[in-house]
Design a protein around this ligand. Structure first.
Ligand code: ADP
Ligand code: 5GP
Length: 191
């Protein structure tokens, strides 16, 4: 398993989408969420969109490997069935999840899960990217910015730090890491 985590706006989704296009060995763990679908997103491909009631019912029935209330009243979770679906197909699971959920998965799966923390060049650039993405209203932008500083502090818990400054360089570096993982199941220290 390969896990990407970072504060909102750091570039996880951009990197993960790129890797999924390039490597057939990878399959995306589609999370469940209670947030509303963005215009460029597809149900069942980007997320399983659902109501809070549906989410809580799955949670009661212990269907999640991990879940988080990432923002107030916005729940996100990794379904156990996603991990089974992908591993049974003989593919490598790729996750895009928040820092707390990522720590939980890392504790659960240990060395079977290589964790990558995507680092923005600076806090100011992170805020700017999130604004430029144009997906948040004023209130949700504020929520995300409030959380970013706390999220940055989680970096030491993960196996690898991937700087996302110039996108093409970052994608190249992500490819090296993933190729090594696909070929050998591990990442050499000098990458
Ligand atoms: P996340 O999934 O971590 O929230 P996204 O992948 O959605 O982040 O990226 C946030 C925004 O920043 C998007 O609009 C994306 O196109 C843009 N972006 C990502 N990486 C870079 C980069 N290296 N330079 C400039 N813009 C970037
Ligand atoms: P967004 O709303 O921008 O798609 O995602 C908000 C945050 O929730 C991001 O940090 C994203 O990685 C995280 N996230 C997405 N799916 C999951 C999940 O299944 N579990 C957890 N804990 N976080 C998730």
């Amino acid at each position: 398993m390969i896990l990407f985590t970072a504060p909102s706006g750091a570039g996880k989704t951009t990197i993960v989408r790129h890797l999924l296009k390039k490597y057939d060995e990878l399959a995306f763990s589609v999370s469940a969420t209670t947030r509303t679908c963005r215009p460029n997103e597809i149900e069942g491909k980007d997320y399983y969109f659902m109501s809070v009631e549906e989410f809580k019912s799955l949670r009661r029935r212990r269907k999640f490997a991990e879940w988080m209330e990432v923002y107030e009243d916005q729940y996100y979770g990794t379904l156990k069935s996603e991990i089974t679906r992908i591993t049974q197909a003989g593919l490598i699971v790729i996750f895009d999840i928040d820092v707390k959920g990522a720590r939980k998965l890392k504790q659960l799966y240990g060395d079977d899960c290589f964790s990558i923390f995507v680092k923005p060049p600076s806090f100011e650039i992170l805020v700017q990217r999130l604004k430029d993405r144009n997906t948040e209203n004023e209130a949700s932008l504020k929520k995300r910015i409030r959380r970013m500083k706390r999220e940055m502090k989680y970096a030491p818990y993960f196996d690898y730090h991937l700087l996302n400054d110039k996108l093409d360089q970052c994608l190249q570096q992500a490819e090296s890491v993933v190729e090594s993982f696909i070929k050998t199941g591990s990442i050499p220290a000098d990458i």
